[in-house]
Design a protein around this ligand. Structure first.
Ligand code: SAH
Length: 351
């Protein structure tokens, strides 16, 4: 057992099994041993690769989406441009390089980043220094006013609870001990979780995702703006167990070695959008379709025109990885929340 596992095991021995959300929170964000607090996990040498690290086109197109949304909002000045979980800052740096071509956008913008990891805050500071960002610990701490918010692979890290259907109703799945190893244990009493499902089926829900949806929805309805979420997820609720751990690009046992592997769960987009009542929800649409609607093919051709053969091949590989259904194009989905007066690029016919 590693140090964090010993801490969690002592807690379980003392007071009994803990909820999965508590286990995930500790594994990801324990102040001393949490996964995101002890490393930069992204990239070839880390545990996973994200879309902005695959190709600059991803961030550039999202930057143009932000600029177009700002224009739709009536070009307010000032406005808040925010990102949740900006990783290395690559997405925002690419986005701002593209959006600065739109007159007035950069001057009107005030940049705010929500990030828990000190290592990643340092990387973001390097990537985004010219834009003078302000950091926050939580989305609720963002300053008021018209908002454009983006978040790539953020919702899938928010801790989840899991429920298992028994004859008499839904019981919560908790993490207990089987000898020296963590194991799932069902709560003895029924929970008030409700939903359809045959005996043995598993359902997930993320209290934090719901709270975020509810507060963003209310804020966008009152103060205007839009929020764009790109994540692994499913369109209709009721998918089963989607908790997964990744370590060095391979699947890992989610309960083994807490703090040493990335833990995530697929996003229940329907539940997230429902929590955000007040705002209008657009999508989710598959990432490949969304990027094609924003013009990724034309952007790739334009970049290739000025590139040598090696660079051109890399641009095409990046395009394929972002768009192809077998790569990131289909499993990743895009959902937007917006003030009801807005129509958003990339979601034609989807609201
Ligand atoms: N968007 C980036 C990084 C994705 S990884 C990219 O696409 O490359 C998830 C990011 O969210 C990391 O930056 C992580 O530190 C941050 N994060 C996850 N949960 C968080 C929380 N509850 N509060 C603040 N930041 C969080």
């Amino acid at each position: 057992m590693n140090a964090l596992a010993r801490i969690l095991a002592a807690r379980i021995r003392g007071t009994g099994p803990i909820g999965l959300a508590d286990f995930m929170t500790a594994a990801l964000f324990h102040p001393e041993h949490g996964y995101y607090l002890t490393r930069d996990p992204i990239g070839a040498r880390g545990d996973f690769v994200t879309a902005p690290e695959v190709s600059q086109m991803f961030g550039e197109l999202i930057g143009l989406w932000c600029a177009e949304t700002w224009r739709q909002m009536g070009a307010p000045r000032p406005f808040i441009l925010a990102e949740l979980g900006p990783g290395r800052g690559t997405l925002m740096a690419d986005a701002l390089r593209a959006a600065k071509l739109v007159p007035g956008f950069l001057d009107a913008m005030s940049l705010h980043l929500v990030e828990a990891s000190p290592a990643l805050r340092a990387a973001q500071a390097r990537a985004l220094a010219p834009f003078n960002p302000t950091w926050h610990g939580r989305a609720d701490d963002l300053p008021g006013g018209p908002l454009i918010l983006i978040a790539n692979e953020f919702l899938d890290v928010l801790p989840i609870r899991q429920f298992v259907r028994a004859e008499d109703g839904w019981h919560e799945r908790r993490v207990g001990l089987d000898g020296e190893e963590f194991a799932y244990i069902l709560s003895e009493s029924k929970t008030d979780f409700s939903g359809d499902g045959s005996v043995g089926s598993v359902r997930e829900m993320s209290p934090q995702a719901r709270e975020l949806g509810a507060s963003l929805g209310a804020r966008l309805a009152r103060q205007g703006g839009a929020a764009l979420f790109i994540d692994y997820g499913y369109t209709r609720s009721g998918f089963g167990d989607t908790l997964q751990a990744l370590r060095a690009h391979r699947r890992h046992d989610p309960l083994a070695d807490p703090g040493e592997a990335d833990l995530s769960a697929h996003v229940d987009f329907a539940a997230f959008a429902a929590a955000a009542a007040g705002a209008r929800a657009f999508g989710p649409v598959e990432q490949g379709l969304f990027l094609r609607r924003l013009g990724i093919r034309e952007r790739a051709d334009r970049l290739r025109a000025g590139a040598n053969a090696t660079q051109a091949a890399a641009i095409e590989r990046g395009y394929r990885r972002l768009v192809d259904p077998e790569a990131m194009g289909s499993l990743l989905k895009v959902l937007a929340l917006a003030h009801p007066s807005l129509t958003l690029a990339g979601f034609e016919g989807e609201a």
